[in-house]
Design a binder for this molecule. Structure first.
Ligand code: 5RP
Length: 220
């Protein structure tokens, strides 16, 4: 990763502070871009109520900054969720889960009123599908789910040695021809043994902050 790209991630992450409302719980995603967001959030930690977190890694970073992390079950109102993406299209549909946190990310995104996606310009694509779509699977269903995914036109690759925070495995699906991301998201969810998948199309982002060499671009 070049230092220029890291600087763009940091710019997008810091710009997300503008969407945080005082005295509310903040939804926090996972990944290297979100790590910059957590560091920025620490500068206003006394103005927020707490955070809900999408991964053990983000939780550890939030706590290290002295930001209280509460359980999603104890959070009635979540105005904003901030997270990165592996790919994002002009309709704010995303592929996520490169870091394997897709299921908790999807749950928090479902609860949040607004999903603010933060990314450097390399993540913005004309069409989703270059980045393999991660699918979280109950371990005993791995081979069955892989066979069903082949029927849908994808090439599943087991992310060996990786266990999700929920104790499951990840299949990364290469070569999907994603004509209709919402339909494919639902088809993947319908396979028995699939916990969730990394297509965030049915519930995409509401706002995307894209940092590029020409500055920040806001999509909504
Ligand atoms: C983790 C994710 C991340 O948002 C995605 O992988 C982007 O990460 P990064 O900011 O490191 O590029 O979905 O599960």
């Amino acid at each position: 990763m070049s230092t220029a790209q890291e600087a763009l991630k940091k710019q997008a992450a810091e710009a997300a502070l503008k969407y945080i409302q005082p005295n509310t719980v903040v939804g926090v995603g996972t990944g290297s871009t979100v790590n910059y967001f957590i560091d920025a959030l620490a500068t206003i930690k006394h103005d927020i109520e707490a955070a809900v977190s999408s991964s053990e890694a983000s939780t550890a970073r939030l706590i290290a900054h002295g930001i209280e992390v509460i359980e999603l079950n104890n959070c009635v109102d979540l105005p904003v969720y901030v997270d990165g993406a592996d790919e994002l299209d002009q309709h704010l549909r995303m592929v996520k889960g490169g870091g394997g946190a897709l299921t908790r990310e999807k749950i928090i995104a479902a609860v949040a009123q607004q999903f603010v996606c933060i990314a450097d310009q390399s993540k913005l694509v004309g069409r989703l599908g270059q980045f393999p779509v991660p699918v979280e699977v109950i371990p005993m269903a791995r081979s069955y789910v892989a066979r069903e995914i082949v029927k849908l036109g994808g090439d599943p690759v087991w992310r060996q040695g990786f266990v999700t925070d929920n104790g499951n495995i990840i299949l990364d699906i290469h070569n999907f021809d994603i004509l209709d991301p919402v339909q494919l998201e639902l088809q993947l969810n319908n396979i028995v043994g699939v916990v969730s998948n990394g297509l965030f199309a049915k519930r995409g982002a509401n706002i995307a902050i894209i940092a590029g060499s020409d500055g920040l671009q806001i999509l909504e």
